[in-house]
Design a protein around this ligand. Structure first.
Ligand code: HSE
Length: 338
């Protein structure tokens, strides 16, 4: 049985959920992938823990100060990095150093936080290609809602002409609550924060930056584009007022915060803003914390996926879906090499 060593950098709620789910699935990895998957290191910004024979759940509450950083992960002997640190698309956040280090060493990497990928996506993509490392980002690109997977697998070979995505759960919840439960923006927002799915800084959700980040990841990693935040026009829902809600209700329209990509004459145009849909459109029925994507291709017409899933478990599961794809590819490569 092959031993696969995994390290997790970034140990907040999502990093911990990923560690726990990975450990709970070790029997599955043995049975389905013939792999002994070991969690050999975890770290937050100031503390961590490593053990080459594999960490168990009970030890994950006793991180040791000083064990952190790309060198710590390097020294752990991990084959695969899962990056789940705080996300900052303006600086790349701590994830950028972890990913540069892992990908330059040819270490397969699974990314959950969006910051580094939005900030330096094309660089990291090129780095992965140059060393042959696999770079997967389901957890960052809308998590439980499949996005890049749809393009790479289900729509393989098709030319994507247009994408429309309700990619942010918080704003979908807020607009839904304002339309259907007569809540004001502030009250709906406090409920979303109490539910734990809004970003710590709600402006990332409400001003459209989270949607824009996911859209950039889908474009750059799913469609091989090179978009940056400067290429997008980004508008959020912060200025949606009670009279807008009233007008949409009267017109039978449903507002959604949508990230859109359209290919015209070879160029890709991307934007984030509120769109309204009649009830005859499926996107009008994506309610509450659900997300959705509509992909229009040249040969398969329209494909729509709707996803839900509770944070942080759904995000952890999306990252571990990537892990299983990596295990499958590694096994195939090992067979070819024999
Ligand atoms: N706050 C995000 C959302 C989850 O509401 O969809 C993390 O991207």
């Amino acid at each position: 049985m092959r031993v696969i060593r995994v390290a997790i950098a970034g140990f907040g709620g999502v990093g911990r959920a990923t560690a726990n789910l990975l450990l709970a699935r070790r029997d599955r990895y043995r049975q389905v992938h013939d792999a002994d998957v070991r969690l050999v290191a975890v770290c937050g910004s100031r503390a961590g823990l490593a053990d080459p024979s594999g960490l168990e759940t009970a030890r994950l509450d006793r991180l040791e100060p000083g064990l952190s950083g790309p060198e710590f992960i390097e020294a752990s002997g991990a084959d695969i990095l899962i990056e789940a640190g705080p996300s900052n698309f303006r600086t790349g956040g701590p994830g950028l150093a972890y990913l540069r280090s892992a990908l330059s060493a040819g270490r397969d990497s699974i990314v959950i936080s969006k910051g580094a990928l939005v900030h330096s996506g094309p660089e990291l993509r090129a780095l992965a290609r140059s060393t042959g490392a696999m770079l997967k980002l389901s957890g960052a690109a809308a998590a439980a809602l499949p996005t890049i997977d749809l393009v790479e697998h289900s729509l393989k070979g098709c030319r994507v002409l247009e994408i429309e995505g309700i990619l942010n759960a918080t704003t979908n919840y807020l607009l839904d609550a304002m339309m259907n439960r007569n809540l004001g923006f502030e009250e709906a927002l406090s409920r979303a924060q109490a539910g734990g799915f809004a970003e710590a800084d709600p402006r990332s959700d409400t001003e459209g930056w989270d949607t824009a980040s996911k859209l950039i990841l889908i474009a750059n990693f799913g469609l091989d584009a090179d978009l940056t935040m400067d290429d997008l026009s980004v508008e959020g829902i912060q200025s949606v007022a009670a009279h807008d809600i009233e007008t949409w209700r009267k017109q039978g329209l449903v507002p959604k915060l949508v990230g859109s990509l359209i290919r015209t004459n070879g160029a890709m145009r991307a934007a984030v803003g509120v769109r309204t849909y009649p009830l005859s459109d499926l996107l009008a029925h994506v309610s509450g914390k659900n997300k959705a994507i509509r992909i229009t291709t040249d040969t398969m017409g329209e494909t729509i996926a709707i996803g839900s899933g509770t944070e942080p478990l759904a995000t952890a599961a999306a990252a571990l879906k990537d892990l299983e794809h990596i295990l499958t590819t590694r096994a195939a490569r090992a067979t070819l090499a024999e």
